[in-house]
Design a protein around this ligand. Structure first.
Ligand code: ADP
Ligand code: ASP
Ligand code: MG
Length: 412
């Protein structure tokens, strides 16, 4: 029996009518002869509310209890989805992460999946169950504590189940009808892509396009899981949505596939640090220990043996980064004059595998930003992406300007 994984995000299960809508899609696949594993998110807004309650209760919270609270939203949806399917006459049963059990590392709040044993779900399929409804985003550690996989983690749960059960496809149902050339909330000119390469999707996701969690794309790529993104609010057919696939299967020949943005970035500069061997290690070691996710790094040309070191990180990690730097200076690990934090920046990136073979993408990007009078603060590049840090107030404008400059509305 061909098995399909169908994942429904928060807005797709926001209330009971929407859960019925999602269940109807699942029932339709069962009627077509599929067994289904349905992975569900918490109802829209619920996870944010739970996170807010934890923050309001405890400033430096115990991450194990954070996971105990924040994972609970998915439990409600899983039970309601199983009940709704049963009401429709579809044999269904729900599983919380620990019941599967979906085994993860003990990195609470950002756990990684280690193993998904099939026995408990397979046994129910063998008894005639048609749909296993699984609570996304959660698992269980070796210590037997509930863990969560990071925000947006239900996508990763879905792909992991598809890999573990050899699903014919993993369908990610969401509030947009596919992956677009940029976030359709920022420009109406954004165009849906029929296909996108794994590598491009991986970059877009890690650079801020939240339509898929980065880790889910990584897993799909590693295990060769056919992945599709489509709308939970529209009639779906075999050709709906966007297929994320190996680059050999792309039809279009384009230089840039899309533009991504990440709003909540910060730029931090340590002024007048000694320019000598070991200085970067002395700075970035303590930042890593403080769990600061450093992204871009720039070191200026030195002047009289002193240089400025600039790095970017998520804005909510600025306090942690400051604490780590001041403590390292206190311990005399290195010296600096000032630590300047600019918390009003955003990152905008263009991504495309065509960049490997086309010159001039950077020049075109910088020209488009200059034409809008947008100052670039930091630049980083890789083989298939260029990212810039700019003032946050220009973020939307920059995305629109780049979308136009690369003619993404018209196929790139
Ligand atoms: P879900 O709750 O279903 O997981 P998310 O909110 O996590 O949904 O992801 C869907 C959202 O991702 C869309 O509403 C859209 O605003 C945003 N998004 C950002 N970049 C893109 C893109 N390139 N293509 C499609 N959607 C995007
Ligand atoms: N509910 C979780 C979140 O909001 C997981 C998910 O929706 O993917 O992050
Ligand atoms: Mg999501």
């Amino acid at each position: 029996m061909a098995l399909l994984v169908m994942k429904f995000g928060g807005t797709s299960v926001a209330d009971l009518p929407r859960i019925r809508g999602a269940a109807a899609k699942v029932a339709a696949e069962v009627a077509r002869g599929h067994d289904v594993i349905t992975v569900v998110s918490a109802m829209a807004g619920r996870t944010n509310e739970l996170v807010g309650w934890v923050d309001a209760t405890s400033k430096f919270y115990d991450a194990r209890e954070y996971d105990a609270v924040v994972s609970s939203g998915e439990n409600i949806t899983a039970g309601l989805m199983a009940l709704t399917l049963q009401e429709m006459g579809v044999p269904a049963r729900s599983w919380q992460g620990w019941q599967v059990p979906l085994r993860t590392t003990s990195a609470h709040g950002a756990a990684r999946i280690e193993e998904i044993p099939r026995a408990s779900i397979d046994a129910k399929f063998a008894e005639g169950m048609k749909v296993a409804v699984v609570a996304g985003f959660q698992g269980v550690s070796a210590e037997g504590r509930i863990t969560t996989l990071g925000r947006g983690g239900s996508d990763t749960s879905a792909v992991a189940f598809a890999a573990a059960f050899g699903a014919i496809r993993c369908d990610i149902y969401t509030d947009v009808d596919g992956v677009y050339t940029t976030d359709p909330r920022i420009t109406r000119k954004a165009r849906r892509l029929d296909r996108i390469a794994f590598e491009e999707m991986l970059e877009l996701a890690s650079l801020g396009a939240r339509v898929l969690q980065t880790r889910s794309v990584e897993l799909a790529m590693r295990f060769g899981v056919p992945l599709r993104v489509l709308s939970s609010f529209e009639e779906s057919t075999e050709s709906s949505g966007t297929i994320v696939c190996p680059e050999e299967e792309l039809m279009e020949n384009r230089v840039v596939a899309g533009v991504a943005h990440s709003r909540d970035e910060a730029k931090m500069t340590l002024t007048a640090v000694q320019d000598q061997p070991g200085i970067a290690a002395a700075i970035f070691g303590p930042l890593a220990e403080a769990h600061v996710n450093v992204d871009m790094i720039v070191q200026n040309i030195s002047d009289h043996g002193r240089t400025d070191m600039t790095f970017s990180c998520p804005v909510d990690q600025v306090a942690r980064a400051e604490r780590a730097m001041l403590a390292a200076r206190e311990r005399k690990e290195f010296a600096f004059d000032e630590l300047v934090a600019d918390t009003e920046v955003a990152k905008v990136s263009v991504v495309g595998i065509g960049m490997r073979s086309h010159a001039g993408v950077a020049a075109r990007m910088f020209k488009a930003l200059a034409a809008e009078g947008i100052n670039i603060k930091v630049i980083t590049t890789s083989e298939i992406k260029i990212s810039v840090l700019i003032d946050r107030k220009y973020m939307e404008l920059a995305v629109q300007a780049l979308h136009d400059a690369f003619e993404l509305h018209a196929g790139g």
